[in-house]
Design a protein around this ligand. Structure first.
Ligand SMILES: Nc1ncnc2c1ncn2[C@@H]1O[C@H](COP(=O)(O)OP(=O)(O)OP(=O)(O)O)[C@@H](O)[C@H]1O
Ligand SMILES: [Mg+2]
Length: 331
């Protein structure tokens, strides 16, 4: 643990090219991922979760998108400075990524075993036979029954949960240090979802894997993650240890998200929702981006963007009037 973070992101900015110039979609995002840690990245649809993670992989969807600022350090390596050939070695080698919809990221005309073996050959230069042997081993590790036989199956021959396991196997083939999981369980039914979460926890424990876990579901986050990062309008609203965030959220947006979770409200009371809509890239509010929806907003919030300041040990929030001990009266 003394070696410092596995991944260190500072002021990461991703922008889209508009006629009038670059417009930030992800704006000044900073966080560290420690070895063996699971960081949950949450926020409403469009808040920039996927874009942040695609930027880490330097896989931005579309020519009009670019990293326009900040730094991404993986150990000693500055990823923003690597050329495409070097980046290809990082992807799937040191950082693996799994997606919400495995079908669109698995090759339909190649057996699962061959897809994993190909990744191993590319990254490790293993022989065909050795790569297939390792591929079968990875399939076993992700809980595919009878992996030797299943390596010869095509993606459509797998169930949804098994396809997601296969996708995880592809991502893990080269023993990455970091796994980015973008809503890996959203498309699955609840039982399979729980199995996949269990698998990710086991992999963290057995391999010391560090995981960035993107989800809409704070319930999943509180079962799985060590830390939570909350995004709003392309920026981080709050970041800290899971327990502090769930029990004592300081940013009114986080507090609102927690109150909106099914199960958060006592039986018989209705579920709160945060009134209003999240902002869009081309119409970001002035000052704090959350101010139009915020019950605590004052004049300052309309005019000045709050700094992402430390509110407790390892806990940061971007709010002029954070909630907290003794703050209830202010609401
Ligand atoms: N190819 C693109 N070109 C330009 N803007 C895009 C593109 N893809 C997404 N965006 C915009 O970038 C912002 C962030 O999108 P992103 O996909 O990162 O959100 P998200 O938090 O992952 O949402 P969701 O929970 O729906 O997956 C959104 O405002 C979206 O409209
Ligand atoms: Mg997304």
């Amino acid at each position: 643990m003394s070696a410092g973070p596995v991944l260190s992101v500072r002021d990461l900015t991703v922008s889209v090219a508009r006629d009038e110039g670059w417009r930030p979609i992800v704006d000044g995002v900073s966080f560290d991922l420690q070895a063996g840690q699971i960081l949950g990245l949450v926020g409403e649809s469009g808040s920039g979760k996927s874009m942040t993670c695609r930027a880490l992989m330097r896989l931005l969807p579309g020519a009009r998108l670019a990293i326009t600022g900040g730094s991404i350090r993986l150990g000693e390596e500055e990823l923003t400075a690597l050329d495409e050939a070097a980046m290809r070695k990082v992807r799937g080698g040191q950082i693996g990524m799994i997606f919400q919809n495995p079908s669109s990221h698995l090759d339909p005309v190649m057996t699962i075993g061959a897809q994993i073996a190909e990744t191993i050959r590319f990254h490790q230069g293993a022989s065909r036979r050795e790569a297939m042997r390792q591929a079968i081993e990875v399939l076993r590790q992700v809980g595919i029954p009878d992996p030797t036989a299943r390596a010869g199956s095509y993606p459509h021959e797998f169930s949804g949960g098994m396809r997601q396991r296969a996708m995880i196997a592809v991502a893990l083939a080269c023993q990455p240090k970091v796994l980015i999981a973008d809503e890996p369980t959203t498309a699955l039914d609840v039982t399979v979802q729980a199995q996949i979460l269990r698998l990710l926890l086991d992999l963290r424990d057995s391999k010391g894997l560090s995981i960035i876990f993107i989800t809409h579901d704070l319930g999943v986050v509180s079962q799985t993650c060590d830390s939570i990062a909350v995004m709003y309008g392309g920026r981080l609203a709050e970041l800290g240890p899971k327990r502090d965030i769930i029990r004592a959220a300081r940013h009114p947006y986080t507090a609102g998200l927690i109150r909106c979770q099914p199960g958060a409200a006592a039986t018989g009371t209705y579920l709160e929702t945060i009134p209003g809509q999240p902002p869009t890239v081309d119409a970001m509010p002035s000052g704090c981006r959350f101010h139009p929806r915020c019950p605590r907003a004052g004049e300052t919030c309309r005019e000045h963007q709050p700094a992402f300041i430390s509110v407790d040990l390892g806990h940061r929030a971007a709010c002029h009037f954070p909630e907290g001990p003794g703050q209830e009266a202010a609401r």
